[in-house]
Design a protein around this ligand. Sequence first.
Ligand SMILES: *[C@@H]1O[C@H](CO)[C@@H](O)[C@H](O)[C@H]1NC(C)=O
Ligand SMILES: *[C@@H]1O[C@H](CO)[C@@H](O)[C@H](O)[C@H]1NC(C)=O
Length: 418
Amino acid sequence: MGSVSLNIGEGTARFKKGTFWSSAVNLLMIFSVVTTNLFALYALTSSPKHQPDHATHNKSLSLVSEQVSLILREISSSQRKLAKMEKELLGYETLDISRPNIANELKLFLQHHQLPLGKDSRTGITEMVAAVGHSCEKSTDLLSQYMTYKVSGPCPDDWSLAQKLILRGCEPLPRRRCFAKSAPKVGLYPFPTSLWKPVSDKIAIWSGLGCKNFECLNKKKLSRECAGCFDFVNGYENKKYVTARGKNDFLVDDVLALASGGIRIGFDIGGGSGTFAARMAERNVTVITNTLNIDAPFSDFIAARGLFPLYLSLDHRFPFYNNVFDLIHASSGLDDGSKPEKLEFLMFDIDRILRAGGLFWLDNFYCANEEKKATLTRLIERFGYKKLKWVVGERVDANGPGKSEVYLSAVLQKPARV
Ligand SMILES: *[C@@H]1O[C@H](CO)[C@@H](O)[C@H](O)[C@H]1NC(C)=O
Ligand SMILES: *[C@@H]1O[C@H](CO)[C@@H](O)[C@H](O)[C@H]1NC(C)=O
Protein backbone atom coordinates (compact mmCIF):
# COMPACT_ATOMS: atom_id res chain seq x y z
CA MET A 1 0.00 0.00 0.00
CA GLY A 2 1.20 3.55 -0.37
CA SER A 3 2.43 3.55 -3.93
CA VAL A 4 0.09 3.85 -6.84
CA SER A 5 1.32 3.50 -10.36
CA LEU A 6 -0.35 5.45 -13.10
CA ASN A 7 0.08 4.07 -16.57
CA ILE A 8 -0.37 6.79 -19.14
CA GLY A 9 1.84 5.23 -21.78
CA GLU A 10 5.37 6.36 -22.33
CA GLY A 11 6.06 9.12 -24.76
CA THR A 12 2.91 11.13 -24.08
CA ALA A 13 5.08 13.99 -22.90
CA ARG A 14 6.81 14.06 -26.27
CA PHE A 15 3.78 15.66 -27.87
CA LYS A 16 4.23 19.37 -28.16
CA LYS A 17 0.54 20.06 -27.80
CA GLY A 18 0.16 17.37 -25.16
CA THR A 19 2.82 18.81 -22.85
CA PHE A 20 0.39 20.94 -20.91
CA TRP A 21 -1.92 18.05 -20.29
CA SER A 22 0.84 15.68 -19.35
CA SER A 23 2.19 18.18 -16.82
CA ALA A 24 -1.28 18.43 -15.36
CA VAL A 25 -1.50 14.70 -15.08
CA ASN A 26 1.99 14.45 -13.65
CA LEU A 27 0.99 16.91 -10.93
CA LEU A 28 -2.15 14.94 -10.25
CA MET A 29 -0.13 11.78 -10.07
CA ILE A 30 2.37 13.26 -7.63
CA PHE A 31 -0.52 14.58 -5.55
CA SER A 32 -2.13 11.15 -5.47
CA VAL A 33 1.05 9.41 -4.49
CA VAL A 34 1.73 11.90 -1.72
CA THR A 35 -1.81 11.65 -0.36
CA THR A 36 -1.77 7.90 -0.44
CA ASN A 37 1.52 7.87 1.41
CA LEU A 38 0.20 10.29 3.98
CA PHE A 39 -2.73 8.02 4.66
CA ALA A 40 -0.45 5.07 4.99
CA LEU A 41 1.73 7.02 7.41
CA TYR A 42 -1.32 8.03 9.39
CA ALA A 43 -2.45 4.45 9.61
CA LEU A 44 0.90 3.24 10.80
CA THR A 45 1.71 6.00 13.23
CA SER A 46 -1.70 6.63 14.71
CA SER A 47 -2.59 3.10 15.74
CA PRO A 48 0.13 2.60 18.40
CA LYS A 49 -1.05 5.73 20.25
CA HIS A 50 -4.28 3.96 21.11
CA GLN A 51 -4.55 0.56 22.57
CA PRO A 52 -3.64 -1.76 19.72
CA ASP A 53 -6.96 -3.57 19.89
CA HIS A 54 -8.19 -5.22 16.73
CA ALA A 55 -11.33 -3.12 16.39
CA THR A 56 -9.49 0.21 16.12
CA HIS A 57 -6.88 -1.29 13.94
CA ASN A 58 -9.52 -2.78 11.70
CA LYS A 59 -11.32 0.55 11.62
CA SER A 60 -8.31 2.62 10.61
CA LEU A 61 -7.31 0.01 8.09
CA SER A 62 -10.70 0.11 6.45
CA LEU A 63 -10.60 3.91 6.54
CA VAL A 64 -7.29 3.87 4.70
CA SER A 65 -8.43 1.39 2.12
CA GLU A 66 -11.58 3.43 1.56
CA GLN A 67 -9.48 6.51 0.92
CA VAL A 68 -7.14 4.59 -1.35
CA SER A 69 -9.95 3.26 -3.47
CA LEU A 70 -11.36 6.78 -3.67
CA ILE A 71 -8.02 8.05 -4.94
CA LEU A 72 -7.75 5.19 -7.40
CA ARG A 73 -11.19 6.06 -8.72
CA GLU A 74 -10.11 9.68 -9.09
CA ILE A 75 -7.01 8.62 -10.95
CA SER A 76 -8.82 6.37 -13.36
CA SER A 77 -11.36 9.08 -14.00
CA SER A 78 -8.58 11.56 -14.81
CA GLN A 79 -6.96 8.91 -16.98
CA ARG A 80 -10.18 8.71 -18.93
CA LYS A 81 -10.31 12.50 -19.17
CA LEU A 82 -6.74 12.61 -20.38
CA ALA A 83 -7.45 9.96 -22.99
CA LYS A 84 -10.41 11.98 -24.21
CA MET A 85 -8.29 15.13 -24.43
CA GLU A 86 -5.58 13.27 -26.28
CA LYS A 87 -8.12 11.96 -28.78
CA GLU A 88 -9.50 15.46 -29.26
CA LEU A 89 -6.02 16.87 -29.73
CA LEU A 90 -5.14 14.31 -32.35
CA GLY A 91 -8.54 14.53 -33.97
CA TYR A 92 -8.91 10.77 -34.46
CA GLU A 93 -11.98 10.18 -32.34
CA THR A 94 -12.50 6.63 -33.48
CA LEU A 95 -8.98 5.38 -32.84
CA ASP A 96 -8.50 4.58 -29.19
CA ILE A 97 -4.94 5.72 -28.83
CA SER A 98 -5.24 5.93 -25.05
CA ARG A 99 -5.01 2.17 -24.70
CA PRO A 100 -1.92 1.02 -22.85
CA ASN A 101 -0.12 -0.73 -25.72
CA ILE A 102 -0.47 1.85 -28.45
CA ALA A 103 2.89 2.41 -30.15
CA ASN A 104 4.22 5.93 -29.85
CA GLU A 105 5.10 5.92 -33.56
CA LEU A 106 1.41 5.55 -34.33
CA LYS A 107 0.58 8.62 -32.26
CA LEU A 108 3.32 10.58 -33.99
CA PHE A 109 2.06 9.50 -37.39
CA LEU A 110 -1.48 10.56 -36.55
CA GLN A 111 -0.47 13.97 -35.29
CA HIS A 112 -1.78 16.82 -37.42
CA HIS A 113 0.78 19.21 -38.81
CA GLN A 114 -0.16 22.86 -39.07
CA LEU A 115 0.89 24.49 -42.31
CA PRO A 116 3.74 26.88 -41.43
CA LEU A 117 2.15 29.83 -43.25
CA GLY A 118 -1.41 29.27 -42.05
CA LYS A 119 -4.31 28.61 -44.37
CA ASP A 120 -3.35 27.74 -47.92
CA SER A 121 -5.37 29.91 -50.23
CA ARG A 122 -5.39 27.46 -53.13
CA THR A 123 -6.54 24.39 -51.27
CA GLY A 124 -8.22 25.96 -48.25
CA ILE A 125 -6.51 23.62 -45.81
CA THR A 126 -4.72 24.69 -42.65
CA GLU A 127 -3.13 21.43 -41.61
CA MET A 128 -1.80 18.20 -43.01
CA VAL A 129 -3.63 15.15 -41.76
CA ALA A 130 -2.28 11.63 -42.02
CA ALA A 131 -4.61 9.29 -43.86
CA VAL A 132 -5.38 6.15 -41.96
CA GLY A 133 -8.22 3.71 -42.41
CA HIS A 134 -10.87 4.17 -39.73
CA SER A 135 -11.30 0.40 -39.64
CA CYS A 136 -7.82 0.23 -38.14
CA GLU A 137 -9.73 0.88 -34.94
CA LYS A 138 -11.09 -2.64 -35.01
CA SER A 139 -7.58 -4.04 -34.89
CA THR A 140 -5.68 -1.72 -32.57
CA ASP A 141 -3.62 -4.55 -31.13
CA LEU A 142 -2.43 -5.69 -34.55
CA LEU A 143 -1.94 -2.09 -35.58
CA SER A 144 0.19 -1.32 -32.57
CA GLN A 145 2.22 -4.44 -33.15
CA TYR A 146 2.69 -3.27 -36.73
CA MET A 147 3.66 0.22 -35.65
CA THR A 148 6.25 -0.95 -33.13
CA TYR A 149 9.50 -0.68 -35.00
CA LYS A 150 12.81 1.10 -34.89
CA VAL A 151 12.59 4.42 -36.70
CA SER A 152 15.21 4.54 -39.49
CA GLY A 153 16.01 0.90 -38.86
CA PRO A 154 15.02 -2.16 -40.86
CA CYS A 155 11.27 -2.82 -40.95
CA PRO A 156 10.22 -6.00 -39.21
CA ASP A 157 9.70 -8.79 -41.73
CA ASP A 158 5.96 -8.87 -41.24
CA TRP A 159 4.22 -8.11 -44.51
CA SER A 160 1.67 -10.79 -43.76
CA LEU A 161 0.68 -8.82 -40.67
CA ALA A 162 0.32 -5.73 -42.87
CA GLN A 163 -1.86 -7.65 -45.29
CA LYS A 164 -3.96 -8.95 -42.42
CA LEU A 165 -4.63 -5.35 -41.43
CA ILE A 166 -5.48 -4.36 -45.00
CA LEU A 167 -7.93 -7.23 -45.27
CA ARG A 168 -9.63 -5.92 -42.14
CA GLY A 169 -10.13 -2.59 -43.84
CA CYS A 170 -7.14 -0.86 -42.24
CA GLU A 171 -6.02 0.91 -45.37
CA PRO A 172 -3.90 2.91 -45.96
CA LEU A 173 -1.39 1.60 -43.46
CA PRO A 174 0.43 4.08 -41.26
CA ARG A 175 3.99 2.69 -41.33
CA ARG A 176 6.42 5.03 -43.04
CA ARG A 177 9.75 5.33 -41.27
CA CYS A 178 11.69 2.13 -41.70
CA PHE A 179 13.53 0.36 -44.51
CA ALA A 180 11.56 -2.49 -46.02
CA LYS A 181 13.44 -5.72 -46.53
CA SER A 182 14.85 -5.77 -50.01
CA ALA A 183 16.48 -8.88 -51.35
CA PRO A 184 18.34 -8.64 -54.66
CA LYS A 185 16.05 -9.65 -57.51
CA VAL A 186 17.94 -12.28 -59.38
CA GLY A 187 17.32 -13.30 -62.96
CA LEU A 188 15.17 -10.48 -64.32
CA TYR A 189 14.79 -10.33 -68.10
CA PRO A 190 14.45 -7.25 -70.25
CA PHE A 191 11.00 -6.35 -71.53
CA PRO A 192 9.21 -7.86 -73.46
CA THR A 193 11.17 -11.12 -73.01
CA SER A 194 10.23 -10.87 -69.32
CA LEU A 195 6.53 -11.37 -70.06
CA TRP A 196 6.69 -15.14 -70.53
CA LYS A 197 9.95 -16.20 -68.93
CA PRO A 198 9.78 -18.38 -65.83
CA VAL A 199 10.38 -16.24 -62.78
CA SER A 200 13.09 -17.21 -60.31
CA ASP A 201 12.05 -18.08 -56.75
CA LYS A 202 14.60 -15.52 -55.62
CA ILE A 203 12.50 -12.53 -56.73
CA ALA A 204 10.17 -12.89 -53.77
CA ILE A 205 10.41 -12.92 -50.00
CA TRP A 206 8.60 -16.06 -48.94
CA SER A 207 8.24 -15.45 -45.24
CA GLY A 208 4.66 -15.72 -44.05
CA LEU A 209 3.71 -17.98 -46.96
CA GLY A 210 2.91 -21.67 -46.88
CA CYS A 211 4.82 -22.39 -50.09
CA LYS A 212 8.45 -21.40 -50.39
CA ASN A 213 8.76 -21.62 -54.18
CA PHE A 214 6.70 -21.41 -57.36
CA GLU A 215 6.87 -25.14 -57.97
CA CYS A 216 4.95 -25.68 -54.75
CA LEU A 217 2.42 -22.97 -55.70
CA ASN A 218 1.81 -24.53 -59.08
CA LYS A 219 0.50 -27.67 -57.46
CA LYS A 220 -2.23 -25.66 -55.74
CA LYS A 221 -5.44 -24.08 -56.88
CA LEU A 222 -5.12 -20.71 -55.21
CA SER A 223 -8.35 -19.28 -56.61
CA ARG A 224 -10.59 -19.49 -59.67
CA GLU A 225 -8.17 -17.13 -61.40
CA CYS A 226 -5.05 -18.87 -60.32
CA ALA A 227 -4.74 -22.59 -60.74
CA GLY A 228 -1.16 -23.12 -61.81
CA CYS A 229 -1.05 -19.46 -62.84
CA PHE A 230 2.72 -19.17 -62.25
CA ASP A 231 3.42 -21.97 -64.68
CA PHE A 232 4.09 -20.87 -68.26
CA VAL A 233 5.23 -24.29 -69.45
CA ASN A 234 2.40 -26.65 -68.59
CA GLY A 235 -1.27 -25.92 -68.28
CA TYR A 236 -3.45 -23.17 -69.67
CA GLU A 237 -1.80 -19.99 -68.41
CA ASN A 238 0.24 -19.26 -71.55
CA LYS A 239 -2.81 -19.94 -73.75
CA LYS A 240 -5.22 -17.74 -71.83
CA TYR A 241 -6.87 -15.03 -73.94
CA VAL A 242 -5.42 -16.41 -77.18
CA THR A 243 -7.08 -19.83 -77.26
CA ALA A 244 -10.54 -20.52 -75.93
CA ARG A 245 -11.58 -23.48 -73.79
CA GLY A 246 -15.22 -22.72 -74.42
CA LYS A 247 -17.64 -20.01 -75.52
CA ASN A 248 -17.08 -18.12 -72.26
CA ASP A 249 -13.44 -17.50 -73.11
CA PHE A 250 -13.17 -14.43 -75.31
CA LEU A 251 -9.95 -13.73 -77.17
CA VAL A 252 -8.11 -10.45 -76.67
CA ASP A 253 -7.96 -9.63 -80.34
CA ASP A 254 -11.72 -10.13 -80.73
CA VAL A 255 -12.40 -7.84 -77.79
CA LEU A 256 -9.95 -5.18 -78.94
CA ALA A 257 -11.64 -5.20 -82.34
CA LEU A 258 -14.93 -4.22 -80.65
CA ALA A 259 -13.48 -1.05 -79.22
CA SER A 260 -13.98 2.33 -80.72
CA GLY A 261 -11.46 5.07 -80.20
CA GLY A 262 -8.57 2.87 -79.22
CA ILE A 263 -7.69 0.85 -76.19
CA ARG A 264 -4.46 2.13 -74.70
CA ILE A 265 -4.73 1.80 -70.95
CA GLY A 266 -6.56 -0.73 -68.85
CA PHE A 267 -7.08 -2.04 -65.35
CA ASP A 268 -7.29 -5.71 -64.43
CA ILE A 269 -9.06 -6.51 -61.17
CA GLY A 270 -7.94 -9.62 -59.33
CA GLY A 271 -5.61 -10.38 -62.18
CA GLY A 272 -3.79 -13.42 -60.79
CA SER A 273 -0.23 -13.57 -62.05
CA GLY A 274 -0.66 -10.74 -64.55
CA THR A 275 -1.27 -12.79 -67.69
CA PHE A 276 -4.02 -10.50 -68.94
CA ALA A 277 -1.67 -7.52 -68.66
CA ALA A 278 1.04 -9.53 -70.44
CA ARG A 279 -1.23 -10.29 -73.39
CA MET A 280 -2.24 -6.66 -73.53
CA ALA A 281 1.36 -5.48 -73.29
CA GLU A 282 2.10 -7.49 -76.43
CA ARG A 283 -0.56 -5.35 -78.09
CA ASN A 284 0.91 -2.13 -76.74
CA VAL A 285 -1.86 -1.69 -74.17
CA THR A 286 -0.67 -0.76 -70.68
CA VAL A 287 -2.61 -2.63 -68.03
CA ILE A 288 -2.32 -2.24 -64.27
CA THR A 289 -2.99 -5.47 -62.38
CA ASN A 290 -4.72 -5.18 -59.05
CA THR A 291 -3.64 -7.85 -56.60
CA LEU A 292 -2.83 -8.64 -53.01
CA ASN A 293 -0.31 -11.27 -51.97
CA ILE A 294 -2.81 -13.79 -50.70
CA ASP A 295 -1.05 -17.17 -50.33
CA ALA A 296 1.48 -16.24 -53.02
CA PRO A 297 3.85 -13.40 -53.97
CA PHE A 298 1.59 -12.13 -56.77
CA SER A 299 2.91 -8.57 -56.70
CA ASP A 300 6.54 -9.65 -56.93
CA PHE A 301 5.73 -12.06 -59.74
CA ILE A 302 3.81 -9.52 -61.81
CA ALA A 303 6.57 -6.96 -61.35
CA ALA A 304 9.18 -9.52 -62.40
CA ARG A 305 7.26 -9.94 -65.65
CA GLY A 306 7.76 -6.24 -66.27
CA LEU A 307 4.15 -5.42 -65.46
CA PHE A 308 2.55 -2.99 -63.03
CA PRO A 309 1.11 -4.58 -59.85
CA LEU A 310 -1.22 -2.48 -57.74
CA TYR A 311 -1.29 -3.66 -54.15
CA LEU A 312 -4.76 -2.71 -52.99
CA SER A 313 -7.77 -4.47 -51.54
CA LEU A 314 -11.10 -4.25 -53.32
CA ASP A 315 -12.59 -2.51 -50.30
CA HIS A 316 -10.52 0.50 -51.18
CA ARG A 317 -11.80 3.13 -53.57
CA PHE A 318 -9.70 2.83 -56.72
CA PRO A 319 -6.93 5.43 -56.66
CA PHE A 320 -7.74 6.74 -60.15
CA TYR A 321 -9.63 9.72 -61.36
CA ASN A 322 -13.01 9.48 -63.11
CA ASN A 323 -13.29 8.40 -66.75
CA VAL A 324 -9.67 7.43 -67.30
CA PHE A 325 -9.49 3.80 -68.42
CA ASP A 326 -10.22 2.47 -71.90
CA LEU A 327 -10.68 -1.05 -70.60
CA ILE A 328 -11.43 -2.79 -67.33
CA HIS A 329 -11.10 -6.53 -67.04
CA ALA A 330 -12.47 -8.48 -64.08
CA SER A 331 -13.57 -11.98 -63.17
CA SER A 332 -14.91 -13.88 -60.19
CA GLY A 333 -12.53 -12.09 -57.87
CA LEU A 334 -15.02 -9.20 -57.92
CA ASP A 335 -17.39 -11.07 -55.69
CA ASP A 336 -16.42 -12.29 -52.27
CA GLY A 337 -19.86 -13.78 -51.73
CA SER A 338 -20.81 -11.28 -49.04
CA LYS A 339 -23.60 -8.69 -49.14
CA PRO A 340 -24.91 -7.73 -52.59
CA GLU A 341 -24.17 -4.08 -51.78
CA LYS A 342 -20.49 -4.89 -51.75
CA LEU A 343 -20.57 -5.88 -55.40
CA GLU A 344 -22.56 -2.73 -56.07
CA PHE A 345 -19.96 -0.49 -54.42
CA LEU A 346 -17.37 -2.12 -56.60
CA MET A 347 -19.39 -1.89 -59.82
CA PHE A 348 -20.05 1.80 -59.29
CA ASP A 349 -16.37 2.43 -58.74
CA ILE A 350 -15.48 0.49 -61.88
CA ASP A 351 -18.02 2.54 -63.77
CA ARG A 352 -16.50 5.71 -62.36
CA ILE A 353 -12.97 5.06 -63.60
CA LEU A 354 -13.99 3.69 -67.02
CA ARG A 355 -14.27 6.26 -69.79
CA ALA A 356 -17.38 6.70 -71.90
CA GLY A 357 -17.03 4.32 -74.84
CA GLY A 358 -14.61 2.19 -72.81
CA LEU A 359 -15.08 -1.54 -72.36
CA PHE A 360 -15.87 -3.54 -69.26
CA TRP A 361 -14.87 -7.16 -69.83
CA LEU A 362 -16.43 -9.48 -67.31
CA ASP A 363 -14.48 -12.67 -67.79
CA ASN A 364 -15.88 -16.00 -66.60
CA PHE A 365 -17.70 -14.59 -63.61
CA TYR A 366 -18.73 -17.54 -61.48
CA CYS A 367 -22.43 -17.60 -60.60
CA ALA A 368 -22.97 -19.92 -57.66
CA ASN A 369 -26.69 -20.13 -58.42
CA GLU A 370 -29.50 -18.82 -60.61
CA GLU A 371 -30.22 -16.05 -58.10
CA LYS A 372 -26.65 -14.80 -58.22
CA LYS A 373 -26.84 -14.66 -62.00
CA ALA A 374 -30.13 -12.76 -61.87
CA THR A 375 -28.81 -10.26 -59.30
CA LEU A 376 -25.68 -9.62 -61.31
CA THR A 377 -27.64 -9.22 -64.53
CA ARG A 378 -30.02 -6.73 -62.91
CA LEU A 379 -27.08 -4.82 -61.47
CA ILE A 380 -25.26 -4.61 -64.79
CA GLU A 381 -28.42 -3.53 -66.58
CA ARG A 382 -28.83 -0.60 -64.22
CA PHE A 383 -25.68 0.95 -65.66
CA GLY A 384 -27.14 1.04 -69.16
CA TYR A 385 -24.07 -0.44 -70.83
CA LYS A 386 -24.28 -1.69 -74.37
CA LYS A 387 -23.93 -5.47 -74.46
CA LEU A 388 -21.34 -6.18 -77.12
CA LYS A 389 -20.95 -9.77 -75.97
CA TRP A 390 -23.00 -11.72 -73.42
CA VAL A 391 -22.48 -15.40 -72.84
CA VAL A 392 -23.82 -17.54 -70.04
CA GLY A 393 -22.22 -20.92 -70.16
CA GLU A 394 -21.47 -23.98 -68.15
CA ARG A 395 -18.03 -25.27 -67.56
CA VAL A 396 -16.72 -28.30 -65.77
CA ASP A 397 -14.25 -27.19 -63.18
CA ALA A 398 -11.29 -29.41 -63.99
CA ASN A 399 -9.50 -28.59 -60.74
CA GLY A 400 -12.63 -28.81 -58.62
CA PRO A 401 -15.11 -31.55 -57.78
CA GLY A 402 -15.88 -32.11 -61.46
CA LYS A 403 -19.46 -30.85 -61.52
CA SER A 404 -20.43 -28.18 -64.03
CA GLU A 405 -20.63 -24.56 -62.95
CA VAL A 406 -22.34 -21.53 -64.45
CA TYR A 407 -20.24 -18.64 -65.69
CA LEU A 408 -21.08 -15.30 -67.20
CA SER A 409 -18.78 -13.61 -69.67
CA ALA A 410 -19.59 -10.25 -71.18
CA VAL A 411 -18.08 -7.28 -72.94
CA LEU A 412 -19.98 -4.12 -72.14
CA GLN A 413 -19.53 -0.62 -73.43
CA LYS A 414 -20.01 2.32 -71.14
CA PRO A 415 -22.39 4.98 -72.45
CA ALA A 416 -21.69 8.69 -72.16
CA ARG A 417 -23.72 10.33 -69.40
CA VAL A 418 -23.99 14.08 -69.31
C1 LIG B 1 -10.50 -7.61 12.44
O1 LIG B 1 -10.50 -8.14 11.10
C2 LIG B 1 -10.16 -9.49 11.01
C3 LIG B 1 -10.05 -9.88 9.56
O2 LIG B 1 -10.92 -9.11 8.77
C4 LIG B 1 -11.20 -10.34 11.74
O3 LIG B 1 -10.87 -11.73 11.66
C5 LIG B 1 -11.26 -9.88 13.20
O4 LIG B 1 -12.31 -10.59 13.87
C6 LIG B 1 -11.50 -8.39 13.27
N1 LIG B 1 -11.44 -7.97 14.64
C7 LIG B 1 -12.35 -7.27 15.29
C8 LIG B 1 -12.11 -6.99 16.71
O5 LIG B 1 -13.34 -6.85 14.70
C1 LIG C 1 3.77 -1.91 -80.53
O1 LIG C 1 4.58 -0.75 -80.62
C2 LIG C 1 5.79 -0.98 -81.31
C3 LIG C 1 6.63 0.28 -81.19
O2 LIG C 1 5.84 1.41 -81.50
C4 LIG C 1 5.51 -1.37 -82.74
O3 LIG C 1 6.71 -1.61 -83.44
C5 LIG C 1 4.64 -2.63 -82.75
O4 LIG C 1 4.26 -2.97 -84.05
C6 LIG C 1 3.40 -2.45 -81.90
N1 LIG C 1 2.70 -3.71 -81.77
C7 LIG C 1 1.39 -3.85 -81.95
C8 LIG C 1 0.82 -5.22 -81.81
O5 LIG C 1 0.68 -2.89 -82.27
